[in-house]
Design a protein around this ligand. Structure first.
Ligand code: NAP
Length: 860
C-alpha cells in the first residue's frame, strides 16, 4: 500500500523492521501515545525468522529464555514445544505476538527504506521507501537486526552456475527438495551446521565446502529444560530479572574455577556436564578464564576436538573438522543435531578448502585447486555483513548531510550502541557497541527498547525535541568497547564479530563484550545521571551533561568490585604489622608472574646492616652479561618486600632482557626517613660495584621502583648525581611518590575508592617522615635539583591520587633538560598496572615500560 510521493505522511516515530525488536518497539511507542509507522521489507512479521527458513533452522538459546518477557499474560498464552524451537514455530510465535498485541495496523509490509535524511530546521527525519513513498517523523528507529544483510557471494564465478542456487538467509518459502540431487553446501557456520544434516537426508550426494572448521556441541534438543521451567514456575519475575542481570542474558551460575588450576577430574567433569547439557552459555562457562586465558581455552578446545575425533570415523575427515586456528568461543560456537555424525554417511564428503581452495564456480558445479565437482544445487551458508550491514545499507544522511556509511568507514562509532553523533533522534536497537549478538537477543532487545522508550518518555515530559550523543561520550564508549574486547581472546580470531568475514570491512570488534549486566548498569547510569553524554534540545532548552560513562579498564573495575565484596579492612585502620600480614596473604594468593631464567636471593652489605635482595636473570640467549636494573618495591615505606613485587620483577626482567635486582630496604615505622632512601642509594652503589658478579655489564645500570619504591629510586638518582657516581643510565618510576603535597586535583578526584586512598597515603607519610622532613628532596624529590639526572620513564595512572605529582615530575625533569617519557596508564589505578597475571589490561603498559627500560641502555 504505497502512498503517493507528493504527500509525506507524518508520524512521531518510524521503526524499520518487524522482528523481535521492531514489534516490541512499536508496542512501547504506542504505550507512550506516539503515532508510529513500522516499515518492513518482508511480507510478514518475523525479521530473521521470516527470512532464515533453511532446513534445520532453530534458535540456539533455550526457548524458556528466547521469548518476550515484558508481558506475563503473553507468556502465559504461549507454550513452546521444545528446548530449541524450529524456525516455523518461532515465526508463528512472532505472528501470535503481533496479533495478540494488535500491532499489524501500524506495520507496512513489503516496504524497504532506501534513504533517509535529517532536516535540521524542522528537526525531523524524512524517510523514503522503494515505492517512492515519503514519511516524515521525529524519531527514527532502526530495528533492522544484526544478522540480516546477507554477505554477497565473494567467490569467483558465483553467477555462472546453471543449477539451483540457495542462500540459507533467503530460503524460498515453498522450500527446497533435494531428493536424489547432488548438492554442495558452502560454509560451516551456524546456518551450515544446522542445515547440513537435514540436506544430507534428502540429497543423493552432499559435498560440504569448509573454509574454517567450527566448534559445535550437540544441542540435545527435546523438551524445554526442566530446571529452567521449574524456576520459571516458582517465580517468573525472579527468573527474568536474573536473566536481565546476567552476563549473557540467560541465568547461569558463573563459575570461578580456573582452567589452569583445576584438577583433571574437575576439568573433565565440568566439560562433560556442559557437553551433556547442550547450552551455549554452559559450554562457555566451563572455566572462568577460558575467554581470556589461552591455556585455559585450550583445555576446553581440546576436549571438543576429542569429541569430534570420537564421532567422525574417518580420521582425515575428523582432523579436518577439528578447529585449530581460533580459540574456542572467539568465533560464534554452534549447537547441532547430528552434524559431525553426518560425515560418517557414505554419500557425504567434506572438502577442506584450506587444502584445496575453490578456484571458481562453474556452470556445472565447483572447481577447486585439485578437483572439479558437478552439482544440481549449491547452497550458500556464507553468512552476513554483521551488525553494520543493514544500518549502512540504507542511505542515512544526518546533520549537514553526513552519511552514516561515510562516518563509519573506519568502523562503527556509537554511544552505547544506541545512537551516533551527527544523527539526532536516530536510534539503533542492538547496534554495534551493545551486547546484542553475544547475548540472548531477546533480553538485549527488551533492554534496548525499554531504554529508548524511557528516553522518549523523558523527552516528552521535559518538552525536549532532539537527542544526540556528544563526541566525547561516543569516543569514550568506543574506547570502552574496545578495552573490554582487548582483554579477551576475541580480537585474535577472523570472525564476523571482528568484521573479518567481509572483504574490505574494517577490523573492529563490533559487539560489547562486557556483559548484559554491566551494559544495563551503564545505560541505567547514563539515564539517571541526566542523560550523561547526550545533548538534548527543545524550545528554549539546550541541556548537556557531557562526560564518559566508563573510563576504567574493565578488569581493573572487576578487581575493585572483587575487593569491595571481600570486605577487607582499609589498610590505614590496621597496625603496620597487621597491614603487612594482610599484604603477605595477598601476595601468597597472587599468580606467580612469568618464568625467568634464574632467581637467586642474597644479601647486600650496607653500612646499616645487610639488605636482602633477589636477582632475576632472563631466560635464553644471549649468554653473558646483561644490563642491570636495581628495583625497589612499593608499600609506602612501611609495607612490601621481595615477595610482594616478585611477579612484577619477573615481568620487568622477562620484558626488558635486563638482570633485575630487587632490594628490600628498611621500613618505617621501625626505621624512619631518610633510612629507606639512604638504603636505596647504598644498594645502587653496591650493585654498580658488583656488576660483574651479578652477571651484569658494568656501567649499564638503571633504577626502577613502584610507588614509594619509585620515590627512593628517584632519590637515589639525585644522591648519585650529587656524589658524582655511580652512573645511572635511566630511572623507571611507576606511579611514584615524588611530593608530599596532597592538594593536587588527583588527590581530590581519586582520594577514595581506588585502593591507594588519601587516608592511606597520610598513614604512610605519618609512619615514614616527620612533617618537618616531608619537604626534604630526599622525601619529596620533586622539590630537589633536577638538573643532570638520568633520563626517566614515568608511569602515571588515571585513578591514582599520585597521578598529578608523577606528571609534575616528568614536566619538571623536562624543564631541567632531562628527557622524560610519560606513560599514562589509561583507566588504571595506583596498583593495577603492577598486578601481573591478574589485570590483563596492564600488560600493554608493562610492555611499554619494558621497552623504555631497554631504551635506557645502548643496543646490544
Ligand atoms: P557464518 O557464521 O558467518 O558462517 C559462514 C560460513 O561460510 C563460514 O564457515 C565461512 O568460513 C564460510 N564462508 C564465507 N565466505 C566464504 C567463501 N567465500 N568461501 C568459502 N567459505 C566461505 O554465517 P552463518 O552460519 O549464517 O551464521 C551467522 C550467525 O548467525 C551465527 O554465528 C549466529 O550468531 C547466527 N545464527 C544463529 C543460528 C541459531 O542457531 N539461532 C542459526 C544460524 C545463524 P570462514 O569461517 O572461513 O569465514
Amino acid at each position: 500500500m504505497n502512498k503517493p510521493a507528493s504527500v509525506p505522511e507524518q508520524f512521531d516515530a518510524v521503526v524499520v523492521g518487524a522482528g523481535f525488536s521492531g514489534l516490541y518497539m512499536l508496542y512501547r511507542l504506542r504505550q507512550l501515545g506516539l503515532s508510529v509507522r513500522v516499515l518492513e521489507s518482508a511480507g510478514d512479521v518475523g525479521g530473521t525468522w521470516y527470512w532464515n527458513r533453511y532446513p534445520g533452522a532453530r534458535c540456539d538459546i533455550p526457548t524458556t529464555d528466547y521469548t518476550y518477557s515484558f508481558d506475563p499474560e503473553l507468556e502465559k498464552e504461549w507454550t513452546w514445544s521444545e528446548k530449541y524451537a524450529t524456525q516455523p514455530e518461532i515465526l508463528e510465535y512472532l505472528r501470535f505476538a503481533a496479533d495478540r498485541l494488535g500491532l499489524r495496523p501500524d506495520i507496512e509490509f513489503s516496504a524497504t527504506v532506501t534513504s533517509s535524511r535529517w532536516d535540521e530546521p524542522e528537526k525531523r527525519w524524512t524517510i523514503t521507501t522503494d515505492g517512492g513513498q515519503e514519511i516524515r517523523c521525529r524519531y527514527y528507529i532502526m530495528a533492522t537486526g544484526c544478522l540480516s544483510m546477507p554477505k554477497s557471494p565473494d567467490i569467483e564465478g558465483a553467477g555462472r552456475f546453471a543449477g539451483q542456487v540457495y542462500f540459507t538467509s533467503r530460503w524460498p518459502h515453498e522450500g527446497a527438495d533435494f531428493t536424489g540431487q547432488r548438492v554442495a553446501v558452502i560454509g560451516t557456520g551456524s546456518s551450515g551446521i544446522q542445515s547440513i544434516p537435514l540436506i544430507a537426508r534428502q540429497a543423493s550426494q552432499l559435498t560440504v565446502f569448509q573454509r574454517t572448521p567450527n566448534f559445535s556441541i550437540p544441542a540435545h534438543n527435546g523438551p524445554a529444560p526442566a530446571d529452567r521451567l521449574d524456576r520459571l514456575a516458582e517465580d517468573r519475575d525472579e527468573y527474568r530479572d536474573a536473566a536481565r542481570w546476567s552476563r549473557g542474558g540467560v541465568p547461569i551460575d558463573p563459575t570461578d574455577i580456573l582452567g589452569g588450576t583445576a584438577s583433571e577430574a574437575v576439568r573433565r567433569e565440568r566439560f562433560e556436564a556442559a557437553w551433556a547439557q547442550g547450552e551455549l552459555f554452559g559450554i562457555l562457562n566451563v572455566f572462568a578464564d577460558q575467554g581470556v586465558n589461552p591455556a585455559s581455552n585450550d583445555i576446553v578446545a581440546e576436549m571438543i576436538r576429542e569429541k569430534i575425533r570420537s564421532i567422525v570415523t574417518d580420521p582425515e575427515t575428523a582432523e579436518a573438522l577439528c578447529p585449530k586456528d581460533h580459540y574456542f568461543g572467539t568465533k560464534r560456537p554452534c549447537l547441532d543435531t547430528g552434524y559431525f555424525e553426518t560425515y560418517n554417511l557414505p554419500h557425504v564428503q567434506l572438502v577442506d578448502l584450506r587444502k584445496q581452495p575453490i578456484v571458481s564456480i562453474t556452470e556445472e558445479g565447483i572447481e577447486t585447486a585439485d578437483e572439479s565437482f558437478g552439482f544440481d544445487a549449491i547452497v550458500y551458508a556464507t553468512g552476513f555483513d554483521a551488525m553494520t550491514g543493514a544500518l549502512v545499507g540504507v542511505d542515512v544522511a544526518g546533520r549537514d548531510g553526513l552519511s552514516l556509511k561515510e562516518k563509519w568507514v573506519a568502523g562503527p562509532s556509537t554511544y552505547l550502541g544506541l545512537m551516533t553523533t551527527g544523527f539526532p533522534n536516530f536510534f539503533m536497537l542492538t547496534g554495534p557497541g551493545s551486547p546484542s549478538v553475544l547475548s540472548n537477543m531477546t533480553v538485549s532487545i527488551e533492554q534496548h527498547v525499554d531504554w529508548v522508550a524511557g528516553c522518549l518518555e523523558n523527552m516528552r515530559d521535559e518538552g525536549l525535541e532532539t537527542i544526540e550523543p556528544t563526541a566525547l561520550a561516543e569516543s569514550g564508549w568506543n574506547q570502552h568497547v574496545q578495552d573490554c574486547a582487548a582483554i579477551t581472546l576475541h580480537p585474535t580470531a577472523n570472525s564476523w564479530y571482528m568484521g573479518a568475514n567481509v572483504p574490505g570491512k574494517p577490523r573492529f570488534f563490533l559487539p560489547y563484550i562486557g556483559g548484559v549486566n554491566a551494559y544495563r548498569q551503564a545505560c541505567d547510569e547514563v539515564a539517571s545521571q541526566g542523560y550523561l553524554g547526550f545533548r538534548l534540545t527543545g524550545p528554549g532548552q539546550d541541556q548537556c551533561r557531557d562526560g564518559i560513562i566508563r573510563r576504567m579498564q574493565p578488569d581493573v573495575a572487576m578487581v575493585l568490585e572483587f575487593m569491595a565484596a571481600a570486605g577487607l579492612p582499609p589498610l590505614e585502620t590496621l597496625s603496620a604489622a597487621d597491614a603487612r600480614a594482610l599484604l603477605a596473604a595477598t601476595a601468597e594468593a597472587s599468580p606467580p608472574g612469568p618464568e625467568v631464567g634464574e632467581v637467586t636471593d642474597g644479601l647486600i652489605p650496607v653500612p646499616s646492616g645487610d639488605l636482602p635482595y633477589r636477582l632475576y636473570r632472563p631466560a635464553g640467549p644471549p649468554e653473558g652479561p646483561r644490563p642491570l636494573v636495581v628495583y625497589f618495591h612499593g608499600g609506602g615505606w612501611v609495607l612490601g618486600n621481595l615477595d610482594s613485587d616478585d611477579p612484577l620483577c619477573r615481568d620487568l626482567c622477562a620484558r626488558s632482557g635486563a638482570v633485575v635486582v630487587s632490594v628490600n630496604y628498611r621500613h618505617a615505622p621501625e626505621v624512619r626517613f631518610p633510612a629507606a632512601a639512604l638504603d636505596a642509594f647504598a644498594a645502587v652503589q653496591w650493585a654498580d660495584a658488583n656488576a660483574i658478579e651479578l652477571g651484569a655489564i658494568p656501567g649499564q645500570l638503571a633504577v626502577a621502583g613502584w610507588s614509594a619504591g619509585a620515590n627512593v629510586a628517584a632519590v637515589a638518582c639525585q644522591l648519585a648525581r650529587d656524589a658524582e657516581g655511580p652512573h645511572i643510565s635511566g630511572q623507571l618510576l611507576i606511579c611514584p611518590v615524588v611530593d608530599s603535597d596532597m592538594t593536587r586535583p588527583s588527590y581530590t578526584e581519586n582520594g577514595a575508592g581506588y585502593i591507594l586512598t588519601t587516608a592511606l597515603m597520610r598513614w604512610f607519610w605519618d609512619y615514614y617522615a616527620d612533617p618537618a622532613d616531608r619537604g626534604d628532596p630526599r622525601a619529596a624529590p620533586l622539590r630537589g635539583n633536577l638538573e643532570g639526572l638520568p633520563e626517566a620513564c614515568i608511569v602515571t595512572a588515571d585513578f591514582d591520587p599520585l597521578r598529578d605529582e608523577g606528571i609534575a615530575y616528568a614536566r619538571a625533569l623536562e624543564a631541567a633538560g632531562v628527557p622524560a617519557r610519560l606513560v599514562r596508564a589509561r583507566g588504571h589505578t595506583h596498583t593495577s598496572v603492577t598486578m601481573v597475571g591478574v589485570v590483563i589490561s596492564g600488560a600493554p603498559v608493562r610492555a611499554e615500560i619494558g621497552e623504555a627500560l631497554g631504551d635506557f641502555f645502548p643496543a646490544p
